[in-house]
Design a protein around this ligand. Structure first.
Ligand SMILES: C[S@@+](CC[C@H](N)C(=O)[O-])C[C@H]1O[C@@H](n2cnc3c(N)ncnc32)[C@H](O)[C@@H]1O
Length: 286
């Protein structure tokens, strides 16, 4: 549980504070990988409350003591997802983007082309916090719901699409069966849509590797006990087996980036099992 002023945020949504602070820190750095002024503004607002919190994660965030590699990785990921969104909007300027598990991310502000219809979806407690910093408009909407409560899809009925669903740093927190039912339902309800989601390699979810992962998340990262990775994939094609209409279009890993700030870690792009520790898959759902 993380306390942020009048809001109490539970362990999984609190992971969005980490990504927010990564965006803010990187935005304030020299030659930033990501320019996210809204993240800088929100972090500045939260700083005082978090610095006084009893929670270690809160204080760590407010003091800016976040692992530099994590900051670069999260910033690169956000920049790459922005590029996916822009590329989709180049082909479909009035398309609909649904940002699943949006946290406090300000993708809409970064990619708004003047005609996109954009939905930010997250758990009600996160959307409550988000409302402090963002305003809905006729093209920018919030959906306060678990993505697993499939009634949220009704909010999109009547829209022509095409649709792009993005889930950046989200699916690993859900059970495998839930991810499968969700993806199959998105395909059935929005045929022809795109899905871009980050996945974790299921190799890391088995003992003894899982112990190392948990140590990284909890002891080193100070995330709460309930913020655990629950599902993973062995390879990018795994979802294709769920339905003949699911087709892999591409994949991306942080290490594929030529970004200088990655330094020597760029060598990992040549080492398959490290490159795909946590990576992104892009599917067409027909
Ligand atoms: C690591 S954060 C990522 C936030 C954002 N996508 C980003 O990259 O900054 C994970 C987000 O997934 C959200 N989340 C987790 N389970 C969810 C669920 N069942 N329904 C909707 N959102 C969920 C959390 O509340 C949190 O905001």
């Amino acid at each position: 549980m993380v306390e942020t002023m009048e809001h109490r945020i539970s362990d999984v949504p609190a992971t969005a504070l980490v990504t927010l602070y990564c965006h803010a820190l990187e935005s304030r750095s020299k030659d930033p990988v990501l320019v996210d002024p809204k993240a800088v503004e929100i972090a500045a607002d939260l700083d005082r409350t978090l610095s006084l919190s009893k929670n270690r994660l809160d204080r760590m965030l407010a003091s800016g003591r976040i692992d530099r590699n994590l900051v670069i990785h999260i910033a690169l990921r956000a920049r790459h997802y922005d590029e996916y969104a822009r590329e989709f909007l180049t082909r479909h300027p009035g398309g609909v983007i649904v940002n699943i598990g949006c946290g406090l991310d300000s993708r809409f502000l970064r990619i708004d082309n003047g005609s996109v219809i954009f939905y930010d979806l997250d758990l009600p407690e996160m959307i409550d916090l988000k409302k402090r910093f963002f305003q809905e408009t006729e093209r920018y909407h919030f959906i306060a719901s678990s993505v697993l409560d499939l009634r949220w899809m009704g909010r999109l009925s009547g829209l022509e699409g095409p649709f792009l669903f993005m889930a950046e740093g989200v699916f690993m927190y859900l059970e495998a069966d839930s991810v499968r039912s969700l993806v199959l339902q998105i395909r059935e309800t929005f045929p022809g849509s795109g899905l871009i989601c980050e996945v974790v390699n299921s190799f890391w979810l088995k003992m003894p590797q899982k112990a190392l992962l948990d140590w990284k998340i909890h002891a080193r990262g100070h995330l709460g006990k309930k913020a655990v990775f629950r599902s993973g994939f062995r390879d990018s094609r795994e979802m294709e087996a769920w339905h003949p209409g699911i087709r892999l279009i591409g994949e991306w890993s942080y290490f594929d980036s030529n970004e200088e700030k990655l330094g020597w870690q760029r060598v990992f792009r040549h080492i398959g099992w490290i490159r795909k520790t946590q990576w992104t898959v892009h599917y067409l759902l027909r």
